[in-house]
Design a binder for this molecule. Structure first.
Ligand code: AMP
Ligand code: ZN
Length: 435
């Protein structure tokens, strides 16, 4: 089986050849835990979960190591703790727990390792020391900075010139920087800010060094796949590459760099100010997790997604048809037509077309293997009084048997007002929640 993926680093679709077939290694940047995850955050989680499942299918379940970190030290977390009068630990524990709950409902497997940044401060300090020793970093006013001009081929991933980087709004100009493009590996902490003792005083790590230190610990100096959202290409991934390659004297940090495209909502960029910022948690109140998962996979991962109610309804309908055509009792097993579609740069629209052609065990096994549960309970029916609905249905059936049409219509209207739609079929009357 040949797997082909688009590599951001080479700007080409390439055949995937793992460094070690017995241990295929992938790192994906995980969430910064300060707030509920939104549906855009779910995209890399679902996309790389599908990739993880494909790799396990091809190389064997015990031959893939997937690391997805938790960033639990970040200034956004400090700000949130301050605002709510909570400790940093309370904010990160609460948010991490919610994140796990949300993505479990989306059918996402646990990664092999889920390291937390705050458990790896020692490794980050060691890496910073190495970078200083090798002349790639320097200390200034309690900070440690990476010296961008010390790396000859900095910028290959995002293909930016130095001028473009300087023009990039994200670059902070500070007096202690030798060059405006230099970035922070360590910074001083005071007051309520989280901090650890280091050779450069009491402080905390920069964001980029977290992923370099944790990926080395669990995957080694060079590994197979590094993933994340397209916005992470610069500066985050560019800087991860600079740190790791300069610390380890390697020509690559990861062979294959994969980035998912962005998600927007009903044609607009998702943002708090536009009021269209939707969390996974909110969506799960309205839609089964399987629907959110399928809706995410209807677009190939590199393309932008427009997330709409219409799309969700179509995803719901597709799942309903599939689930009526198969029984989820069987083992999970990917059908070869599904594998073939995914092997082509995770072509999930092609995979869905393949699923439409399947039925029975081939369909159920494939759906299970790509993370669907087979359950489509309308989460809103949970708030319905099923016994009361059943009583009304019985009353309506009786009225119909008595040919009392006024009464049977009245009962139907009453149910309709409750948000219940009746379906009269050969097996009797069933109901579902109105959409
Ligand atoms: P953050 O917590 O902002 O670091 O984001 C966590 C992950 O979600 C990163 O891989 C981001 O690239 C990704 N992400 C954030 N917003 C979106 C979006 N609107 N669409 C797709 N991916 C996103
Ligand atoms: Zn990262």
């Amino acid at each position: 089986m040949t797997l082909k993926f688009y590599n951001t680093l080479t700007r080409q679709k390439q055949t995937f050849e793992p460094i070690d077939e017995k241990n295929v290694r992938m790192y994906v940047c995980g969430p910064t835990v300060y707030d509920y995850a939104h549906i855009g955050n779910a995209r890399p989680i679902i996309v790389f979960d599908v990739l993880f499942r494909l790799l396990r299918h091809v190389y064997g379940k015990d031959h893939v190591t997937y690391v997805r970190n938790i960033t639990d030290v970040d200034d956004k977390i400090n700000a949130r703790a301050e605002k709510e009068g909570l400790s940093i630990a309370q904010v990160t524990a609460r948010t991490t727990e919610q994140f796990h709950k949300d993505i479990k409902a989306l059918g996402v497997l646990e990664p092999t390792v889920e390291p937390r940044a705050t458990d790896h401060i020692k490794e980050m300090i060691e890496m910073n020391k190495t970078l200083i020793e090798k002349g790639h970093a320097y200390e200034a006013e309690g900070h440690v900075l990476f010296s961008v001009p010390s790396m000859k081929d900095y910028g290959r991933l995002s293909n930016r010139t130095l001028d473009e980087m300087i023009a990039g709004a994200r670059i902070e100009v500070a007096s202690y920087k030798k060059d405006p493009t230099d970035f922070v590996l360590w910074k001083p902490s005071s007051g309520n800010e989280p901090g650890w003792q280091s050779p450069w005083g009491y402080g905390r790590p920069g964001w980029h060094i977290e992923c370099s230190a944790m990926s080395e610990k669990y995957l080694g100096k060079t590994f197979d796949i590094h993933g994340g959202g397209i916005d992470l290409t610069f500066p985050h991934h560019e800087n991860e590459i600079a740190q790791s390659r300069c610390a380890h004297n390697t020509d690559k940090m990861a062979n294959l760099w994969m980035h998912n495209g962005f998600l927007q909502v009903e044609g607009e960029k998702m943002s708090k100010s536009l009021g269209n910022f939707i969390t996974i948690n909110e969506l799960l109140e309205k839609w089964p997790g399987d629907v959110l998962r399928l809706n995410m996979l209807r677009t190939q991962y590199r393309q932008p997604i427009d997330w709409t109610e219409k799309g969700l309804q179509e995803s719901y309908d597709a799942l309903k048809t599939w689930y009526s055509r198969c029984d989820f009792g069987v083992a999970d097993k990917l059908d070869e037509t599904v594998v073939e579609a995914l092997s082509d740069d995770l072509n999930t629209p092609k995979m869905i077309a393949a699923l439409h052609q399947l039925k029975g065990d081939a369909l159920a096994g494939s759906l299970k293997a790509i993370g669907f549960t087979g359950k489509l309970e309308d989460p809103r029916t949970a708030s319905f009084d099923e016994a009361a609905i059943q009583t009304l249905i019985t009353a309506r059936n009786q009225a119909r048997a008595d040919k009392n049409w006024t009464e049977s219509d009245r009962v139907r209207d009453e149910l309709d007002a409750m948000g219940v739609v009746l379906k009269d079929g050969p097996e009797g009357t069933t109901w579902e929640a109105k959409r």
